[in-house]
Design a protein around this ligand. Structure first.
Ligand code: 13P
Length: 262
């Protein structure tokens, strides 16, 4: 029964791996990669989502239809429709069959002026329109050097959740992505990741209470087939948000297998 599934035993999140394809691939290449992933991912053991660029969503959704592989958008606007040239609305995405939306990625924050206040509005809009937000947080290198990581990620989570949203409040995913680890080949040591995830988990406990324990907290930043096992084994890590390595079916499948083993 539903009750049996949710209420009893462990509240631990199921491992979740997300591939953020960023501004890469053509429609045909995206569909081919999605088809390869449906064949190769251990989808019986973990949850996986892929986030193609907007123009590839239709082809990718068609390619994964009938499989448990979910599709995410990389961004969206907070208004449901209107005169916002070049933007994409949440209801449009959910009507297509998109299930998740990445919100507050550091590239959006740093290159496109996405503030905590905007992230908050997008989280609320995603929930209102049936999309599960994947909320990204993470510190800059200077902040890390000054020992401010826990404080920074906690403040980002607090700001992102500041808008009380309608049910189901628990449909949320968090990704901890240190800005200095994205695309650099550098990663934090396991104790740093565990500390950051602990600070995030404490904020989720405050906001959601005990029920928030089922919210996955992913690690992102230079996750590859070679680094995945060690990163995913850090206590408090419930999965990965993968950039560059998600563009290769073999690498992404290896990361997913590592996640399934944790
Ligand atoms: P890389 O895996 O390429 O470091 O990117 C991480 C990321 O930004 C995922 O959202």
């Amino acid at each position: 029964s539903r009750l049996g599934r949710c209420a009893v035993t462990s509240n631990e999140p199921r491992p979740f791996v997300v591939g953020n394809w960023k501004m890469n691939l053509t429609e045909a290449a995206a569909a081919a990669l999605a088809r390869a992933l449906v064949d190769r991912l251990p989808l019986d053991r973990i949850d996986v989502a892929i986030a193609p660029p907007f123009p590839c969503l239709r082809a990718v959704i068609d390619a994964v239809t009938g499989s448990p592989l979910a599709v995410a958008a990389q961004n969206m606007h907070w208004e449901p429709q209107g005169a916002f040239t070049g933007e994409v609305a949440a209801p449009l995405l959910s009507a297509m069959g998109v299930r998740y939306v990445i919100v507050g990625h550091s590239e959006r924050r740093n290159l496109f002026g996405e503030t905590d206040a905007i992230v908050c509005k997008k989280v609320g809009a995603a929930r209102r329109h049936g999309l599960i937000p994947i909320i990204c947080v993470g510190e800059h290198e200077g902040e890390r050097d000054r020992g401010r990581t826990r404080e920074i990620v906690a403040a980002q989570i607090r700001a992102a959740l500041a808008d009380p949203a309608p049910d189901p409040v628990l449909e949320t995913v968090i990704a901890y992505e240190p800005v200095w680890a994205i695309g650099t080949g550098r990663t934090p040591v396991a104790t740093e990741i565990t500390a950051a995830h602990g600070a995030i988990r404490a904020e989720l406990d405050l906001y959601f209470g005990a029920a928030g324990a089922s919210i996955p907290i992913l690690y992102g930043g230079s996750v590859t087939a070679a680094t995945a096992a060690a990163l995913l084994r850090a206590p408090g890590v419930n999965g990965a948000l993968v950039g560059g390595a998600s563009l290769d079916a073999g690498s992404f499948a290896a990361i997913a297998v590592a996640a399934a083993a944790c």
